[in-house]
Write a protein that binds this ligand. Structure first.
Ligand code: ZN
Length: 160
């Protein structure tokens, strides 16, 4: 495994939709392993492949506990509710905003073995999955934020 560099701010890949994965080969598996190591090192809760410079429709997300979800070609359906929460992004250091998201989502994707997976999520994990699938569509949270928030306001608050 190896750490990958996280792209920041106005890099073109962050603003471009990613490519569907046609074949899950050793390169894709290595990318997943590297993304996990990179996310852990950065103390993040989610990461999209284009954030590490690879235009493929792949994301990882964690529920904050032990589980890390690896989702290839994910499709995220918003199924219920809306709530406003604070988001940040490894590609936008020091930048936080209030973003409305669906409370519940269903994500369909492939795992690293090429098997179809269906993930139902709510709350924080649902928010992370929406943030990361937006990345894969070339959309940053700042495009959806109702307002940006000063980091000083956030001391002790939960944020992603
Ligand atoms: Zn992000």
């Amino acid at each position: 495994m190896a750490l990958r560099k996280i792209l920041c701010d106005n890099h073109l890949l962050l603003h471009s939709p990613t490519q569907e994965v046609k074949k899950i080969n050793s390169g894709v598996v290595r990318l997943l392993d590297d993304m996990i190591e990179t996310m852990r090192e950065a103390d993040g809760v989610g990461l999209a492949a284009n954030q590490v410079g690879v235009s493929k429709r792949i994301l990882i997300a964690t529920d904050g506990e032990e589980i890390i979800y690896e989702l290839i070609n994910p499709r995220c359906d918003q199924t219920e509710g809306e709530e406003i929460g604070i988001e940040g992004c490894l590609s936008l250091p020091g930048c936080y905003g209030e973003v409305p998201r669906a409370t519940k989502v269903v994500v369909k994707a492939l795992n690293r073995k090429g098997q179809e997976v269906r993930l139902e999520a709510e709350g924080l994990l649902a928010r992370i999955l929406q943030h990361e699938t937006d990345h894969l569509d070339g959309i940053l949270f700042t495009a959806k934020a109702l307002r940006m928030v000063d980091p000083e306001e956030l001391k002790g608050e939960e944020k992603i």
